[in-house]
Design a protein around this ligand. Structure first.
Ligand code: FMN
Length: 195
């Protein structure tokens, strides 16, 4: 194997998901974010639909994002479960990472391709962003809970149904040298070779 092959495999293997509390508040260089998005642009796309739509939040714009998370929490939470502290935590959540990138999938209702194919395409674009972030020393995670995918958040990123949000990638610098642990089972357990 040549050096490029090794380098690529190592980037793929060593990419990790970091929790918000594992990020430092150090700002992220937006030119680096542009490089991440350039990689996203080259995701495969069946029918050339290029369904990915991103919105980058940094600095003060994270307050508007936090307001929508808080609103989504209120709308999704039954009155007997409502907790004002949990609402406040949603409001403050975006400030735990310097950059949030929304993962939007554009759909019009008159779409050329089945939804799952556009979904797959946006997911691959997200992976390109994550791999680029990792290769530049950033820490990142895809967060996809129902709050961050809510229609009120979709509206903030300039999309409307049937377009969807698949969640967000938050990006920052790792707070320490401690790398989160992850493992995978051997690929032999999941492959049938008929050769
Ligand atoms: C589609 C998708 C959605 C995810 N959503 C979440 C999430 O909401 N919260 C979370 O903690 N991790 C989420 N993750 C990250 C996984 O938890 C993570 O990939 C897994 O723990 C393996 O760790 P690694 O990425 O470091 O290999 C998501 C990953 C994918 C592919």
């Amino acid at each position: 194997m040549n050096d490029t092959v090794h380098a690529l495999l190592n980037i793929i293997r060593e990419r990790r998901s970091y929790a918000l509390k594992e990020l430092s508040p150090e700002p992220v260089n937006l030119d680096d974010v542009k490089l991440m998005l350039e990689a996203a642009r080259w995701a495969p796309t069946h029918g050339m639909t290029e369904p990915w739509r991103f919105c980058v939040f940094a600095g003060a714009s994270r307050a508007a994002l936090g307001e929508r998370f808080a609103e989504a929490y209120r709308l999704l939470t039954p009155p007997e479960k409502y907790d004002p502290k949990a609402e406040q935590a949603q409001r403050e959540r975006p400030f735990a990472a310097p950059v949030w990138i929304s993962l939007g999938m554009l759909r019009t209702g008159q779409d050329k391709m089945p939804e799952w194919e556009d979904l797959a395409s946006v997911a691959i674009a997200a992976q390109h962003i994550h791999l680029m972030a990792h290769s530049m020393g950033y820490a990142c995670k895809w967060t996809s809970g129902e709050i961050v995918r809510h229609e009120r958040v979709l509206d903030l990123v300039g999309l409307k149904p049937p377009s969807k949000l698949l969640g967000f990638l938050f990006v920052g610098r790792p707070a320490s040298g401690v790398v989160p642990q992850a493992s995978r089972s051997p690929i032999e357990d999941k492959v049938i070779w008929r050769v």
